[in-house]
Design a protein around this ligand. Structure first.
Ligand code: BMA
Length: 844
């Protein structure tokens, strides 16, 4: 096989204008125009509004190239396009090759009769995606989802705007593009299965070989073990489907993050004619079994993923495209995001259906870091024209291709039909044909297709769903839930504790991005939730008001904008923590908590725990604690305090829990301890003796409960619990001190508080580093060691100079408690808030 790459330097023009300009492939019109300085960066200020014309235009991409003459000797030469965005016409040397209408598919055309020796001219014309959907919408009006008519086009749905994303519908070549010369035969498809028995794993290989000439074809398979040794097997190719079994003795099993290692095996398939190599394919696999257990129980049915027979609690978040312009994302940025998941003790992320089936690089990283993937198919929040045969054919081809591409992945956990469409169907009740087509497609066609193409993975019709069409779609007895009653419905965080969901796949709260990220899009004069720029970088209806609404339940409104960032992020972390702690306590009734959302596609106020620039918000640090394999939490229920220890590890846990009721300067009012045993994959609790008398005597506003978890004389974790919202407290100055020291490539900070310090933030000015912990509480007299990688070339003196630290007591409030309360009610009573509250009151 001969490959001639066609990526790199191209030319492009707005169709029907004269001049061509340099372009880069992969890329899109927006990124090319930006490089040329012809448009402003749409992420800055309100520039997005100025670039809307791009989506209305047609764009032509052209490339002149000299043919790799070896291709002339191939039997067949294909032009292969791995990703075209989206409505394109392809011409080579003036001859039309075809049209495309699905950016999630790859396309290839036999160009042998069209290519010529020497110079060739390739042209791709991309029609305006906006005009395309407008025209379709005019022919037949679909109910308006996020963007009118977007459901007609097989393109990243959030390109048309979302409640966290800008409207930037791109056009261009977003995937690989090359010429492929084939001779005699090729491997056209591969399916890798696994059969696990006690001491070995049988790797079952099915390879489809497409042969059009006679030859002595053999398929050679090598299996590379993680320890380096390689096994080889050869098979004669006497028919189109070649099946081979490779037995792996003493297999090294692949585990999700936190439950074990991620050993990866490599499988290389090579097709030979005699000694001539014709084709090859390489796969990275992990040896593991995975199932979704849905066993009837006293509450309904379980919804528990089990890996290698071990039921797991899925911990993680929802993933959206990591850049509005998807080709810009670098490997380093992607790895930072996936590594951050692992660092925050996550084991699953959900690739949300309004984005795209991610890159090979993405799934490689998930395999490596032990992050399971809940994979939505590419449908979200809209009524799709699934009653139109040509649309069905198109999406079927898309699904088959992507299922074949991803089914061997160790990280792949589940195929899910779509995001939230079933939940939204009642809004489109009158659309009888679309509703019937929905049921047919997601409850019959797609499960059959997944079962045929990838019988090793479970299928789930929608998120959320109960698996029975329109029956308790978002209920707690069966299936997964999206609990938006908090945030959209303005319910308090404690609402989560009323919900014993089997698996919560979306819930969360918005916050501002980090300050350096804000500085990338706003001027200091814009730093206000009410400024045009901050309203523009906020896409959830009434979002800035809602952040303030929640903030004022716990805190005073801060005078400084930097504290607004700090407090909105703390509220977000507290919200998610409340849910995750509760659901982890309730294993095995609940088996998963994926919060909305992990990442951003541009700098914006959103539910993300890592902002667009990759900076960890407070929630990402909190996730590291509340997702810890063994995690302590404190619950107060009608005056009774209970300490819980959730154990997600594969070993039973034995240790000790202790509590002490203290004043803020460390005076102990009552304390105690208790040994605790928590069986693997369960949680256990200790109800503390009554503390009411001590609390009343000293006053709720003056006491804090400190709980600790120990094992073998080592403290694993501590937590504090207050008895009134922070805004009512008179916190003492904690007298925080910090001593940094260098240890090889790390900086270690020893942080000590004389008196109670809440949400201690440590930072290094001008250095973007991830700390081992941050925004943590320090009880009086306590010390914590925090680490971070040493910024390149920094000396200790520079670290000391750049060091910043503060805690909640340093936040200067504005207004008094009463005016703050008025602000709270004002935001809670806006028309938008009232409307969403009513809506969510009726959502199951
Ligand atoms: C759910 C998601 C997204 C959305 C988020 C926040 O609906 O599936 O569509 O962005 O909530 O509103």
């Amino acid at each position: 096989m001969i490959i001639q790459p066609l990526t790199g330097k191209w030319q492009f023009r707005q169709f029907d204008t004269k001049d061509f300009f340099p372009a880069t492939v992969p890329g899109c019109a927006h990124t090319d125009l930006m490089v040329l300085g012809k448009i402003p960066d749409p992420f800055i200020g309100k520039n997005e509004l100025e670039v809307q014309w791009i989506g209305d235009q047609d764009w032509e991409y052209v490339k002149d190239f000299d043919l790799d003459e070896q291709l002339m000797h191939s039997d067949r030469v294909f032009l292969v396009c791995k990703g075209l965005d989206t409505i394109a016409e392809i011409n080579l040397n003036g001859q039309n090759l075809g049209k495309t209408d699905n950016m999630f598919r790859s396309y290839q055309w036999d160009v042998k009769p069209v290519i010529k020796s020497g110079r060739n001219h390739l042209s791709l014309l991309f029609h305006s995606p906006v005009k395309y959907i407008q025209a379709k919408q005019q022919q037949r009006q679909l109910p308006v989802g996020t963007f009118s008519g977007a459901a007609y086009i097989r393109k990243v749905q959030s390109h048309f705007g979302w409640d966290w994303g800008p409207t930037l519908p791109s056009s261009g070549i977003w995937g690989d593009i090359y010429l492929e010369g084939q001779s005699k035969a090729v491997i056209s498809d591969v399916h890798l299965g696994q059969i696990h028995t006690k001491n070995n794993v049988l790797v079952k290989i099915e390879a489809t070989v497409d042969q059009w000439q006679k030859g002595r074809f053999t398929l050679s398979v090598s299996l590379h073990h993680p320890d380096g040794h390689v096994m080889h097997i050869n098979s004669a190719v006497d028919k189109a489907l070649v099946t081979l079994d490779v037995r792996v003795d003493a297999p090294q099993l692949w585990w999700p993050n936190g439950l074990g290692e991620q050993p990866l095996y490599k499988i290389v398939l090579e097709l030979f004619d005699g000694i001539e190599k014709l084709d090859s394919r390489t796969y990275q696999i992990g040896l593991r079994e995975l199932e979704l257990r849905q066993d009837p129980d006293e509450w309904g049915k379980t919804f528990t993923f089990a890996v290698n027979g071990v039921p797991i609690f899925a911990k993680g978040a929802d993933w959206i495209p990591a850049d509005s312009f998807i080709t810009r994302l670098t490997h380093a940025q992607l790895e930072h995001l996936i590594r951050s998941c692992a660092q925050a003790n996550m084991n699953m992320i959900r690739v949300w259906g309004g984005g795209f089936y991610e890159s090979e690089d993405f799934y490689d990283l998930c395999d490596q870091y032990g992050i399971l993937i809940w994979q939505d198919c590419g449908f979200a929040c809209a009524a799709y024209p699934l009653d139109m045969p040509e649309f069905i054919e198109n999406v079927k081809a898309e699904l088959i291709e992507n299922i074949h591409r991803l089914r061997h992945r160790a990280s792949l956990a589940i195929w899910c039909g779509n995001n939230e469409i079933e939940m939204m169907l009642p809004m489109w009740k009158k659309e009888k044909s679309l509703t019937a087509a929905y049921e047919e497609f997601f409850h019959h066609t797609l499960p059959q297709l997944v079962n045929a193409e990838d019988p090793d993975h479970p299928y789930w019709p929608s998120s959320p769903s109960s698996n029975s069409f329109m029956v308790h779609t978002n209920g707690d007895a069966i299936g997964d839930t999206h609990l938006w009653h908090v945030w959209h419905g303005l319910r308090p965080f404690s609402y989560f504790q009323e919900r014993y969901t089997r698996f919560c796949s979306e819930f969360g709260l918005e916050s501002l991005p980090t300050l350096p990220t804000i500085a990338s899009f706003a001027k200091e004069s814009d730093y206000s939730l009410k400024s045009d720029v901050f309203l523009h970088h906020q896409r959830s209806v009434g979002g800035n008001d809602k952040m303030l609404y929640y903030l004022t339940t716990r805190f005073r409104i801060p005078a400084n904008f930097s504290d607004m960032v700090y407090l909105t992020q703390i509220m977000q972390a507290e919200c998610v923590r409340t849910g995750v702690e509760h659901w982890r306590r309730n294993r095995p009734r609940c088996s998963g908590a994926l919060y909305w959302q992990l990442n951003d596609c541009w700098p914006v106020s959103s539910w993300a725990s890592i902002d667009y620039c990759g900076r960890w918000k407070v929630l990402q640090y909190a996730a590291r604690r509340f997702n810890a394999s063994v995690a302590l939490s404190i619950e107060e229920k009608s005056g009774q305090i209970v300490l819980h220890v959730a154990n997600d590890s594969r070993d039973d846990f034995s240790g000790e829990v202790s509590y002490s009721l203290q004043t803020f300067d460390g005076g102990i009012l009552k304390s105690g301890n208790q040994s605790i045993t928590v069986p693997q994959n369960l949680s256990a609790s200790w109800a503390l003796p009554a503390l009411t008398r001590e609390i009343q005597r000293t006053g709720k506003k003056n006491v804090v409960l400190v709980a600790e978890l120990h094992q073998n004389q080592t403290r694993l974790e501590n937590q504090v619990h207050l008895f009134v919202p922070e805004k009512y407290l008179k916190l003492p100055s904690p007298d925080l001190t910090v001593e940094p020291r260098l240890e090889k490539d790390a900086v270690v900070f020893k942080v000590t508080a004389k008196k109670l310090a809440l949400f201690v933030e440590i930072g290094l000015a001008e250095a973007d580093v991830v700390f081992s912990d941050n925004f943590f509480d320090l009880p009086a007299g306590d010390t914590k060691e925090i680490r971070c990688p040493k910024p390149d070339g920094w000396a200790l003196s520079q670290i000391e100079k750049a060091l910043q630290m503060h805690s909640l007591v340093d936040v200067v409030p504005t207004g008094d408690l009463f005016t703050n309360l008025l602000e709270h009610y004002r935001t809670g009573l806006t028309q938008v808030s009232l409307k969403t509250r009513i809506l969510f009151a009726f959502l199951e």
